[in-house]
Design a protein. Sequence first.
Length: 734
Amino acid sequence: MANWKFVLFCMFVILGTNNVLVSGTNDDRKVHIIYMGSLPKEDYSLASHHLNMLQQVLDDDFAENFLVTSYKRSFNGFAANLTDKEAENIGRMEGVVSVFESKKLQLHTTRSWDFLGLPETTKETSAIESDMIIGVFDSGVWPESDSFNDEGFGPSPKKWKGTCAGGKNFTCNNKIIGARYYSKDNNASARDDAGHGSHAASTAAGNKVKGTSFNGIAEGTARGGVPSARIAVYKVCDSRCTDAAVLGAFDDAIADGVDLITISLGSNSQYNFTEDPIAIGSFHAMEKGILTVNSGGNNGPLKHSTVSLAPWLFSVAASSTDRRIIDKVSLGNGVTLTGQSVNTFTSNGTKIPLVIGEHASIPNCKGPIAAACFENCLDPKQVEGKIVLCTSPAALETGFQSGAFGSIILYDKNMSVVVPYPTSILDTQTYTLALSYANSTTSPQAEILRSETIIDTNAPYLTDFSSRGPNAIVPEIMKPDITAPGLEILAAYSPIGSASGIGGDKRSSKYTFLTGTSMACPHVAAIAVYVKSFHPDWSPAAIKSSIMTTSTPMKGTEDKEFAYGSGQVNPIKAINPGLIFDLSKDDYVNLLCIIGYDTPNIRKISGDNTTCPSSTPQRSTVKDFNYPALAFHAHPNQPFVVNFTRTVTNVGFANSTYKVSVPTSSDLNVTVVPQVISFKSLNEKQSFVVNVVGGKFPQESVVSSSLEWTDGTHNVRSPIVVDVSQPEERSHFM
Ligand SMILES: *[C@@H]1O[C@H](CO)[C@@H](O)[C@H](O)[C@H]1NC(C)=O
Ligand SMILES: *[C@@H]1O[C@H](CO)[C@@H](O)[C@H](O)[C@H]1NC(C)=O
Ligand SMILES: *[C@@H]1O[C@H](CO)[C@@H](O)[C@H](O)[C@H]1NC(C)=O
Ligand SMILES: *[C@@H]1O[C@H](CO)[C@@H](O)[C@H](O)[C@H]1NC(C)=O
Ligand SMILES: *[C@@H]1O[C@H](CO)[C@@H](O)[C@H](O)[C@H]1NC(C)=O
Ligand SMILES: *[C@@H]1O[C@H](CO)[C@@H](O)[C@H](O)[C@H]1NC(C)=O
Ligand SMILES: *[C@@H]1O[C@H](CO)[C@@H](O)[C@H](O)[C@H]1NC(C)=O
Ligand SMILES: *[C@@H]1O[C@H](CO)[C@@H](O)[C@H](O)[C@H]1NC(C)=O
Ligand SMILES: *[C@@H]1O[C@H](CO)[C@@H](O)[C@H](O)[C@H]1NC(C)=O
Ligand SMILES: *[C@@H]1O[C@H](CO)[C@@H](O)[C@H](O)[C@H]1NC(C)=O
Ligand SMILES: *[C@@H]1O[C@H](CO)[C@@H](O)[C@H](O)[C@H]1NC(C)=O
């Protein structure tokens, strides 16, 4: 099944060849990250300190030859090419928090803004908005795209301390105000040859561009959420994305003075926060008041599959918009079937012969492997000029490369991807109809029609592929946090990237459709910048809270909030939340103490003389961490009672009174004490206790409820979500 997984991966992720790690001996050198926490207070040359440390573990070799990068602008650490033994030795040196191999990360691959109700920016806000700088960590951008034209933009904001170091043939402008890249290859640059980075950057902050479409499909105006904001490009992905590059980008972006970081990529596994570059980098960003927005991953609908887990990250799930793209297949027997794909090929009305993949394979491929049309199975002679029926999306690539005219593919996920040749993708039931027709007559034939857009009144619903919680490291911190559109999003692309991401598809396009939590992430990044443009002094946690508590509740998946977080983003409400659940760096540090990090490491990470309380607080107090959502783990078939304490800060009307309400029909009995809270001034804080009583729920269930404070103007909603599972299941790292 490895092939199938590979193709699935390609569909969301345009970059990153899925290299198999070569296992080797202990003497092999691999790039390792040596993380050393905050910058030291004393002023000394970190670069030479790093070289010194390195020299101590290398025998006769020159340390310079093994140092990959020094992180010294925003936090302390370095990347070096080490054997396992050397890495182990360096890990014992003073000042080191963690040592880990630089792993490969994956990119988590316009109408959406209208759907979310974000109006085009007004004159008043654009002045502040145009001082906002979004750091985009991705595959670079195509700077000449119309989405990044700088017409009407003034010079860079004064606070900007970055630079345009985009490499060969990369020119910045007043829209793309900075660029850096992290590849050491000759000729490397911040130019986007894949398309993913241009897509993310333009979704967040692209200009309004009229008349965009993908080959005529879904024509309209493309625009980012905050079209006046500036973009700083950090190209962390070339043929692959690495931990070392991501940390390099955090080190730079924080010092360069970005307002927010959006990062649509992640690992496929979960790691301790001190071994996870996105968790490390975003912690130091948070210290400087910079919120990091991160895609939750495309490994759904498996539970515990989200990899974006740190409490200071804003982790995003992907949902649909009300515009879907479908295509139709007209069979020779007069039946028309509806499938999903972005098929730009126009039929000339002629029906094309059908062939079943299983019947058109070389003798070595049999049964399900042949039916799936896996690599090297289809016989080009038998499929040439025909439409081939296959049970796996592998056929997007294999059928195309074998010279088939088109394909009809079985794939049970609710999404349309760009196809390289005429293709309709059908669910199980519909595919069975096509297959039995094809097998029922001697010369079956069909016509695949060009895709059309439809209005989907069921929107929004969560996508199948969006990674699910609960949080595998801290179950009391709900993940993902929020959902935003990530299905069939049209945005800028790299004209040298393949339109479908399938090898051999030579079509070039300035705009294309992509699907993934990668596309949802920049939507939330834009909204966070939008909120920050109204409230420049708000902490990252305050911005996150305002977006979470004003989101629109979702339903429709069995994982409930562990699928879509608080709900779907609502940018207009988010700028005026009334109350916020605030958190400071000290709160996060205290949380790290509670979950088991010791004082020496905490001091290195926080860069101050913080001491974890001598009597380590109970692990159970994590539930009182002031998160805008309440999450809990319960045992199957055992009733439970749990109290959560929360503190809200008034950012609405100075003189205000809020009353609480909980839904009447709920699996949980929720009581809040007190029921009414009053404020006399802005920034005043009030605390309350939420008592949650639950009965016996079966293994693997998720039960949820919510509480909502309202003063008649603002509605401040927090979900309450309980994961019912055996304890051993919740901490297994995937
Ligand atoms: C690390 O060292 C190995 C040799 O052990 C070499 O093949 C590899 O290219 C080096 N990597 C880097 C990034 O220097
Ligand atoms: C520089 O980039 C532009 C981008 O459009 C391209 O047309 C041009 O060929 C590039 N020049 C070189 C020397 O690569
Ligand atoms: C870099 O560009 C030069 C000149 O265009 C070319 O000769 C060389 O092969 C390129 N190197 C790589 C690694 O692509
Ligand atoms: C329609 O397209 C098919 C497949 O490319 C081709 O064989 C056929 O000649 C075309 N028919 C017309 C009327 O153009
Ligand atoms: C799949 O897509 C259809 C068509 O847009 C939609 O109505 C339906 O709710 C979706 N189903 C699921 C399970 O997401
Ligand atoms: C096609 O039909 C034959 C006979 O009706 C049956 O044995 C075979 O399994 C069918 N093949 C497929 C791929 O459905
Ligand atoms: C993760 O961090 C915790 C807390 O410091 C530690 O106890 C545990 O051993 C770490 N796990 C791994 C796999 O490193
Ligand atoms: C921490 O350091 C500050 C000065 O940097 C000092 O005022 C404070 O007393 C120290 N606290 C502890 C617990 O050592
Ligand atoms: C939980 O809260 C309820 C209601 O405020 C209170 O009566 C009860 O004593 C609390 N229980 C614990 C264990 O704190
Ligand atoms: C605050 O609100 C209360 C009740 O609505 C009202 O009686 C009081 O006058 C208000 N105080 C101020 C200073 O506006
Ligand atoms: C929840 O409240 C209802 C109504 O008071 C009661 O019948 C039910 O037993 C309660 N459930 C639990 C689990 O305490």
